[in-house]
Structures are given as C-alpha cells and as structure tokens.
Design a protein around this ligand. Structure first.
Ligand code: SAH
Ligand code: SF4
Length: 357
C-alpha cells in the first residue's frame, strides 16, 4: 500500500474487496465497510463496530473517511438552503436543497465551473474548471445527510428524497466519476435512491446520452432552450457539435432502451429571444411522439447577464400552447433567489481563490 491514505468515501464494493484482499481480510468485510460508509454514514473508522479491533486499526492506518468541508450555509426565506463545499485543493462547488411539501430535492454539482459557455448561465462564465471526483460527488449527498441527521439511509420519508444533477457543470463531461458515484447512490445497500428519483440534466452530449441509457437509466432532462439550430448554436454552443437533429434522435432512443418513461425538456424563458408563440408551436413539432414534460424556467438574472426574463403573460401563453398539445409544462417557481441559489446562478469563487495563491 502507498503512503497516501485512501478515502473510503468514493470507493465501491470492488475497490473495497481489493482493499480487504491487500490487508489479508476476508472478502465479506468489504460489504460491512460499504454499509458503514454509505448506509450508516459513520464519521470514524473506529465506529465500524462489527470489524475486529485490529482490522479497524489497520484500516485507519491506510484509509480516511474524509468529507468535503461545508464552508458556508445560506438559508433562503423560502426554506431553500445553499451549501458551499470546500475541497482539499482549495476549489469549491455549490449544492442546493429545495424543500417542498411532498419531497426534498438535492441539486448537486458535477464540476467546478463548466467548460461549456451557454450565454444565459452564470456557471458558464467561470474560467476555472475541473471534474469533481467520485468522493466529491458522493460527498454532496453525504454532507447533506449529515446536516439533516438522516442516517442510516431511511426507508420511508426523507429530507432528501430526490437528487437532480442541475448544479454547476455538465454531468456528461464527467461521465466516469459520475457513473461510479451514481451506482453507489442507487445501491439499496448504499445511499438507497431509486433511479427514478435521480434526474440528470444535460445540455446535449449525444454519445453520452446513449451510454447513460445503457448504463445508468436515471431520469433524463435535456436543456433544450431553443428549437432552431441557428438560435441554439448561439445560446447553447454545444449545439454546433451535436445539432438538434442528432440530439432529438438520441432522446428518442432513450426511453426505448431504458425503463424511464418520460423525458424532461428544460426551456429557459428569455424575453424576445426564444419565447414567441411560434417557438412554442415549433417545440411541439420537434418533440412529437416523445413522452415528455417541458419545464419552463423563467430566466434567473445574474450580474452582467445580457438577457431579461420573459413576462409572466408570455410564459403563460407559451405553456398554454404546449398544454393544448398534450404536454405537461409546469412553470418552475424560482427558489432561493435571495441567496443566489436558483437555476443558473451558481458560480464559485474558485478562480479568484487560485489567482491570489
Ligand atoms: N449543465 C447541465 C446541468 C446544469 S444547469 C445543463 O446545462 O443541463 C441546470 C439547468 O439550469 C439547465 O437547464 C440550464 O440550462 C438552466 N439554467 C442555466 N442558467 C440559467 C439561468 N440563468 N436561468 C434559468 N435557468 C438557467
Ligand atoms: Fe454548463 Fe449547463 Fe451552464 Fe451550459 S447551462 S454553461 S452546460 S452548467
């Protein structure tokens, strides 16, 4: 074993089995460790009571249970909470909890910043970008569970019932780490979220959508935002690489290859840009035949943004056209705006922190 201690958070059952083998312990110990880390949420190796004392000591010599540090907590007047997580290398990412009557949603980040530059998104203006590790991805859920005291993994009601990958970053650009983390989140002996309770939002990384359909089968949300290539090329630049036709084909393949029944389309309402009645009608044509719901997101402004939010009337009319064609099209109520936690407002200070080092 190397001198660098291994963080048990971020290991899966295969890693733990190899670890046990290296330390000359039987394989079944791997499942016991997995249970302590992801089901019981212990903070110290010493608390892993069914492991022999000698093995606990040996484990502690080689391993840690490092959580990302929760640097600040902000609470909105609507109950939404935003946590700033601080990582060992000084980088930071944000994570948001949105309580509702019948559920509690944790919105997690997949990257520090984002390499994509959607013109209406604050995260896209952050220069420094790196993928979050498996430990950092899982750490967001684990820290939130710590805060709510929600250990062991509850069977019934939970503060965190749903997970959405709608924080900072493009999740499908961090596929390997994400898929490992999601499998641990979905493990009934681990963090115990069914795949129907996890929604992955992507700006449209087509090859990875297919991979996700094969491998993860979580619920899919597509950040559509425009129904014509010329406009989408401008506001969601990844469209130049994977244009609408290819994107829609991959979405059409998605429900067939998995048991997820409904795809969500996210559509940010930008005044005078993509919010006309004819846009709504074209949207209906574009998604014809796809079992879908459309989330209309009133644009959330940020300092320096060049767009305005569509008026409530325009958004309502847009929704009516979609509803008349048989699509549910809820208008997302902005949550946590007073603490800058709403969709597209997240951006960490990581770049500035690095510059001053
Ligand atoms: N990168 C992924 C997930 C993170 S963004 C993606 O783009 O899908 C989560 C959602 O918030 C996306 O639909 C995104 O387009 C939307 N969004 C970004 N900036 C926004 C803003 N300023 N106002 C409203 N929604 C925004
Ligand atoms: Fe990245 Fe999503 Fe923001 Fe686009 S909307 S810049 S893909 S985080």
């Amino acid at each position: 074993m190397t001198d660098v201690k291994k963080n048990l958070i971020g290991t899966d059952i295969n890693d733990l089995q190899s670890l046990c083998q290296t330390l000359n312990e039987p394989k079944f110990r791997a499942q016991q460790i997995f249970d302590w880390v992801y089901n019981k949420g212990v903070r110290s190796i010493d608390d892993m009571q069914n492991l022999p004392l000698g093995f606990r000591e040996q484990l502690a010599q080689h391993c840690t249970l490092d959580r990302s540090q929760v640097k600040s907590v902000m609470t909105s007047k609507d109950g939404t909470q935003k946590w700033l997580l601080h990582f060992a290398d000084g980088n930071e990412a944000e994570c948001v909890h949105i309580p509702e009557k019948t559920r509690g949603t944790l919105c997690i980040s997949s990257q520090v910043g984002c390499t994509l530059t959607c013109t209406f998104c604050h995260t896209g203006t952050q220069m420094l970008v790196r993928n979050l590790s498996v430990a950092e991805l899982l750490g967001q859920v684990i820290s939130a569970r710590d805060i709510f005291g929600e250990w062991p993994t509850p069977i019934g009601n939970r503060h965190i019932s749903n997970i959405v990958l709608m924080g900072m970053g493009e999740p499908l650009y961090n596929y390997d780490n994400l898929s490992k983390a999601l499998k641990i989140m979905m493990d009934s002996k681990g963090l115990g979220f069914s795949r129907q309770k996890i929604t992955l939002s992507t700006s449209g990384v087509v090859p990875m959508i297919d991979k996700c359909a094969e491998d993860l089968k979580v619920r899919l949300a597509i950040s559509l935002h425009a129904v014509r290539d010329d406009l989408r090329n401008e506001i969601v630049p990844i469209n130049r690489k994977y244009p609408l036709k290819e994107l829609m084909e991959s979405v059409r393949r998605y429900p067939d290859t998995s048991s997820t029944k409904e795809v969500t389309f996210e559509y940010v309402m930008l005044k005078g840009v993509n919010d006309s009645a004819s846009d709504a009608r074209e949207l209906v044509k574009l998604i014809a035949g796809i079992p879908a719901k459309i989330n209309l997101i009133p644009f959330n402004p940020w300092p320096g943004s060049k767009y305005e939010r569509s008026t409530a009337d325009v958004i309502k009319k847009f929704a009516e056209i979609l509803e008349r064609s048989g699509y549910r099209s809820p208008i997302r109520r902005p949550r946590g705006q007073d603490i800058f936690a709403a969709c597209g407002q997240l951006k960490s200070e990581s770049k500035r922190a690095c510059r001053t080092k």
